[in-house]
Design a protein. Structure first.
Length: 527
């Protein structure tokens, strides 16, 4: 039998009272001690106190039991500076868009879905069949598994040796589950070196970044030292960063365009280095599938699997290439699996863009049977919203990518809360709810709500790009009664960013108090 590796999450949940059975979610709220009108007034007062000026603000608060919208508020100007579509309806969602993308993936793929990256022997070559898995050798998950990237790749090499493979002539990676438009045209060109703008491939590897560990040179004025992970003789690091005695360490890495030979693995280290950095600098790579083929070829050669001591060739499959005319001659060596629950957590708790974009393109591939694209993936998301929430909600969505990095996305708070209600109320909805960050405890919400005394469980997704702050999620009491909320703010004036976050939290605290007070009334009525 082929071997397998399963990527698992080591996320720690704080002790929480178990929620009531799913059937309890159908129970409506008791006659409210705090009326919806009072909740609307609290939200309006919080907005006035926030002093957000010309910011465009939208709030929706929805009772998941009844489908009743408790608060529907819109204020401010929709104009968005230099954006090309100032008059477009809706709000720029930033990373709140991930809730639509990951939610659609959850509904379409199911709670038992796994990404499966396969290593196949085909004569004297190895084929790596990509599945678009964003967790494949992802540094954070490898660290949680106490495994380095070399160790991860060595396990794949060992599976080949265990299967009796004595020599390898070539390694080919097949990333055609997705198209090869690795970078979305809307993404900020000046930020494409940053990890949150990593390319999206049908064979993602190491989060599609190169980690660079920087150390001072031997003397003042000497070039800085640099070690990369993964490593390889085919990686060129032009070091123009210099060692300094005074001042601070300020370094950055840029990826240079592929040269005339098509080599995409040339980088340049800039800046000054006084002391070694405790954390690596991450820079995005071009053609991640090719990088993995090269790393695997290096590790296989070191394990003695080269032919006559010659280097092992490494390449991407051609667009129209047929890899084998005799599939019966192929042998499955190992499968690397990532459960959807792990991918959902990385997408929503930690807001990793690569996960959302991989979900987006995978949706396109799953429904069409063709290489997944941003166009086909976002079309599937809209289709799923239309099928489950309704045509009106779907018409309120303008989707460009899967993560919200594009400024051309548009959503409405009402569409968001109705969508969250569908997700939470689905047969396995608790799996999706658990993929959201727990307020004040983890992920992008770890440092939020620190001054709040919340009575109920709050799980939510934050969002941020320049001039935009968003927060959407669910408040659930111990009896299983649940309220969805969405607070979208764009066109934020300079200097008001922190006020927008404070407004988010004031709204959530008002929802929490509303649910708590109604719970007390319901408890008194039961006695």
């Amino acid at each position: 039998m082929p071997g397998q590796t399963t990527i698992r999450s080591r996320r720690c949940h704080l002790p929480l009272a178990r929620l009531a059975a799913a059937g309890a979610l159908a129970v409506g709220l008791a006659s409210p001690a705090l009326h919806a009108e009072s909740l609307q007034r609290k939200v309006s007062n919080a907005l006035a106190a926030a002093r957000l000026g010309t910011a465009h603000v939208g709030v929706s608060i929805l009772d998941c039991s009844t489908g009743r919208e408790l608060v529907d508020l819109t204020a401010g100007s929709p104009k968005r500076g230099n954006d090309s579509d100032d008059n477009a309806e809706g709000f720029i969602p930033a990373s709140n868009l991930k809730l639509f993308t990951s939610g659609a993936a959850f509904l379409v793929l199911g709670k038992d879905f796994e990404f499966q990256t396969k290593l196949i022997a085909d004569g004297d070559r190895l084929i790596v069949l990509g599945a678009g898995d964003p967790a494949f050798a992802e540094p954070v998950l490898l660290d949680q598994m106490r495994m380095g990237v070399d160790q991860f790749v060595d396990r794949l090499v060992e599976s080949a040796k265990a299967a009796g493979i004595a020599s390898i002539r070539e390694i080919v990676t097949d990333d055609r589950v997705f198209d090869r438009q690795y970078v979305h045209p809307d993404w900020p060109r000046e930020q494409l070196n940053r990890s949150y703008c990593a390319e999206v491939s049908g064979l993602n590897f190491h989060a599609n970044v190169l980690n660079v560990y920087v150390t001072p040179g031997a003397s003042v004025g000497a070039v800085a030292g640099a070690r990369t992970e993964p490593s390889g003789s085919w990686i060129t690091m032009r070091r123009i960063a210099r060692t300094v005695k005074e001042g601070s360490t300020q370094v950055w890495v840029e990826r240079e365009p592929a040269g005339s030979d098509g080599d995409p693995f040339t980088f340049k280290l800039h800046g000054t280095v006084r002391s070694a950095l405790s954390e690596p600098i991450s820079v995005t790579v071009d053609q991640p599938g090719l990088m993995f083929a090269k790393v695997l070829a290096d590790r296989a050669a070191k394990a003695g699997l080269g032919v006559d001591n010659a280097p092992i060739a490494a390449r991407l499959v051609a667009d129209d290439e047929t890899l084998s005319t005799d599939p019966g001659a192929q042998k499955l060596l190992t499968v690397v699996r990532t459960p959807i629950s792990v991918a959902l957590e990385r997408c929503n708790v930690d807001s990793e863009n690569l996960y959302a974009e991989s979900f987006c393109k995978l949706l396109g591939h799953t429904v069409t049977g063709q290489p997944g694209t941003w166009a086909s993936g976002t079309a599937v998301v809209r289709m799923k919203v239309k099928d489950t929430v309704g045509a009106e909600a779907a018409s309120q969505l303008v989707l460009a990518d899967g993560s919200g990095l594009s400024r051309n996305n548009r959503i409405t708070p009402g569409a968001m809360t109705r969508w969250l209600r569908v997700l939470a109320g689905s047969p396995d909805g608790q799996v999706f709810v658990d993929s959201l960050a727990l307020a004040g405890a983890e992920g992008t919400l770890k440092k939020r709500f620190k001054g709040a005394k919340l009575h109920n469980e709050v799980r939510a997704k934050s969002g941020y790009i320049r001039g935009v702050r968003t927060l959407s999620g669910l408040v659930t009491d111990p009896a299983g009664k649940r309220i969805a909320f969405s607070v979208l703010v764009d066109n934020i004036p300079g200097g008001a960013d922190a006020k927008a976050k404070e407004f988010h939290e004031a709204v959530v605290e008002a929802v929490d108090a509303y649910l708590f007070e109604n719970g007390k009334v319901a408890g008194a009525a039961d006695r």
